[in-house]
Design a protein around this ligand. Sequence first.
Ligand SMILES: Cc1cc2nc3c(=O)[nH]c(=O)nc-3n(C[C@H](O)[C@H](O)[C@H](O)COP(=O)(O)OP(=O)(O)OC[C@H]3O[C@@H](n4cnc5c(N)ncnc54)[C@H](O)[C@@H]3O)c2cc1C
Length: 402
Amino acid sequence: MARDKVVVLGSNFGGLTAAIAIKHELEGDVDVTVISPSDRFLFNPSLIWLPFGKRKAEDITFAVEPTFTEHGVDFVHEAATELQLANNRVVTASGVHDYDYLVIATGFQNKFDVVPGLGPGGNAYNITTLEDAIHAGEGWRTFLENPGDIVVGATQGAGCFGAAYEYLFNVSHQLRKNGLKSQVNLTYVSPEPVLGHFGIGGLKHGEGMLNMFLKKEKIASVLNVGIDHVDEGRVVLSDGANLDFAYAMIIPPFIGQDVVAKTVEISDDKGYVPVRDTYQTLPYDNVYAVGIAAAVEVPWHTSNPIGIPKTGFPTEQQAHVAARNIASQVRGEVPAAHKEFGDIPAVCVMDAGNNGVIILADKMLPPRKHSVMIPGPQAHAMKVAFEKYFMWKAKHGHVALP
Ligand SMILES: Cc1cc2nc3c(=O)[nH]c(=O)nc-3n(C[C@H](O)[C@H](O)[C@H](O)COP(=O)(O)OP(=O)(O)OC[C@H]3O[C@@H](n4cnc5c(N)ncnc54)[C@H](O)[C@@H]3O)c2cc1C
C-alpha cells in the first residue's frame, strides 16, 4: 500500500519541528516533504543582537537540507504559490505536490504600510527579518559616527513587543558601552496601554518592573499611542506629537504570507489560518496550521490595536500537537491531541544586553494562576545558553527535547 504523504510548508520553528516530529511519530512509515523558500533555519530571537555585531548571520542560521535528509524528510527549496486544498495539492514554480496531509507553517511577513515611512527605503529600521537586522546594523554603525536621539518602539497592530523591549534595552547597553549614554535621549513608543503589556495582557508585577528598568536606564516612554507617519529623523505620533531621532527601530504588525491570504477558504483578514485546538483548519480535517501562521483571536480591546506575540515555545507545542494528530489520522484514529494557544505556558527571556528578565507563566493568555518575572544577569546568560542549545537541538532534529 502506498505510504501517506505529508507536505509541510515552512522550514523554521513550526515547519522543522512538525516535519521531523511526524516522521518520528510514525517511526518513519510516512513520506514527509518540506517546501520552503528559505534553505536556512533562522533563530529569530537573536536578531536583537545582530545590529551590534554580537552575532553574525552565520551564528544564528544553519542549512536545513542536511537536517531533513538525516531524518528522512525531503526538502523542496521553493515557495508555495498556490494551495489547491479541495484537490490536496500545493503548487510551486516547478510543479504540483500532492499530499494526504498538509501543515502550514509559513510564519509572517511585515505589514509596513500601516505607517507611511516604514519599510524598505523608509526612515526607520526594523529587526524582524535577517535582512532588516543587517540593515539596522549598518544604520547603527553610521549612528555611532554621528550620534543623536533614538526612538525604539512598535506600531499600532504590532504584536512582537518582546523584541521591541529587548532591542530598547540592548540599545541602552550599547550606548553605555560606547560612552554615549548621557548624551542620547532614548524613547520607547508603543500602542500598549501600559508598560509590560507585551501583547499578552501583562504579567503580575510586570508594569512595575518595566517602569523600574526604564527609570534605571533613563529611558522615556510614550504609551497607548499610534504612529501617524515617520519622516526622515522624526516620528509623528497619532496625537500629533513629534519625536526627533538620529536612529529609530520600529516594529510593524505581522500578517500571514500571500499564499495563505489568497486561499480565502481557510484564511482570516490578516492572512492567518483560524484553527481548532487540534490545529486542524476549520473546513479541512487533513490541513493543519501551526506557529505564527495560525490565527489567535485578540481577547481584549485597546484604544490602539495590539497583536498577540506568537512565540517559539507555543509554535513548537502546536507543531507537536499537529504531528500527533496527523499520526493518529494515518493510523485510522481520531485526532486526540488538543491544546489551545492561550493555555500553552509562557516561557520567555527578555534580554537587556548584560541583564534581563526570565518570564514564566502557566498560560500565554489570562486568566492565569501563576506568573513570575525574575530579573538579573542570569537572564542574559540563560538567553545565550538557550540560543546555543536550541540551535544544536534544531540542527540535529532532536525535536522531542524540550
Ligand atoms: C525579532 C524577533 C524576535 C523574537 N524573539 C523571540 C524570543 O525571544 N522568544 C521566542 O520564543 N520567540 C521569539 N520570536 C518569535 C519566534 O521567532 C516565532 O515564534 C517563530 O519564528 C515562529 O515560527 P514559525 O515557523 O511559525 O514562523 P517563521 O519562523 O516565520 O517561519 C516561517 C517559515 O515559512 C517559510 N515560508 C514563507 N513563505 C512561504 C511559502 N510561500 N511557502 C512555503 N514556506 C514559506 C519561511 O521561509 C520560513 O521558513 C521572535 C521573533 C522575531 C521576529
